[in-house]
Design a binder for this molecule. Sequence first.
Ligand SMILES: [Ca+2]
Length: 443
Amino acid sequence: MGRQRACRFQPRKTMQDIGLPGPAPAFMLVVAFMTPAVVHAEKIRVPRVYPTIQAGIDAADHGDVVVVNDGVYAGDGNRNIDFRGKAITVRSKHGPESCIIDCEDGGRAFYFHSSEGSDSVLKGLTVTRGYVTGGGKDGNGGGMICDEASPTVINCSFRDNWANGGGAGVSVAGGGSPTFDSCMFVGNSDCPGYGGALNIGDASSPAVVNCIFVENLRANTGGAICALDSSNTSIVGCTIIGNSAIYGGGISLGNSARVEIANCIISDNSATGNAPTWGWGGGIVAHSYAEVIIGNCTISGNSATSYGGAISASAGRTTLGNCILWDNSAPYGGPQIAIGHRGDPCTLSVGYADVQGGQEAVYVGPNNTLLWGEGNINADPLFAAGPAGAYYLSQLTCGQDQNSPCIDAGDGTAKQLGLKKSTTCTAGGNDRNIVDMGYHYPR
Ligand SMILES: [Ca+2]
């Protein structure tokens, strides 16, 4: 329950914060005048008026809100729930702790497959004990599947779901672009496929913002997230802790996936496969021509049984900037990073990063390219525990007795990088001027 409460403290980012343009005030004014009539949204009550969530959705028209009261919802009508393409909001009354869909190991909770857009909104529910089997897509997405659909999923919790394919928690397929905002993915486990919590394929382009992935265990690859198949994913402001997989304990990226990982904590994840064939990439694996940009992330305490305690990269291009890589471990090569240990050439660029052990902590295989750029340091980041976690940075002005070397050591300003309203200081306070390295907590 404590972890769920923590989710509420993740503030919602604006479109500008995640690098997308928001509508200008003048545009909004025009829209207001052009709107022909006030659409009266109805509130549809479950279970007081409609006995199941599906019955509530079936009764809704576009623009309506289905309000689900506190309780545990199970059985027909409360699993394999279909929005039927409607632009409606389905929300709980009091948040995910008190509104639970229990799939009872008999299917998934939600099946989006009718071209739903961002105005199909799911808000504040827990999905648990989803269970799917079968070939292809049928075996993906134990808790939810978004197939050719782009709903907005806010403040939902996916716990203890299972799939025999990929995405024990959620699967994104068919080229959709759903948004997951302030969601929790916990304990989705024993997933023999790709992506213990979240699987992304088919050139889909989801946004994963301010989400928490904890203890999603025993996936094949990508204990928390796996992105494949020319997908284009942004992972922003997320916390990815204590997940495990055979390789790629936290995040796995491959098959020409393009991924931006910005301002995330990636810690205490583990790649557990038998070395040296498996067990590489404790925090992140990038392979098979993935193009990955990792900025302002703190990557710490991850472990691999073979290569690349924090990151393993092969056959692709990985760019790392303004990050902290500290206290990761791998026995074979690259306690922090390994590239090309699988024989496939790749390019890794590292700049303005604090890497424990420096360039010596990067294993570079034959015919691979390490571009060790400006601004890199090798100095204890002096993490400080604060109100929201363990990865603040020590600062005299915040009550600690020394200054972290990561303060004002990044490339660019906090404002330029959208981190001006977030903090590395245990006492709060904006990051000012030159951006600090590593993760920034919300204020
Ligand atoms: Ca600064």
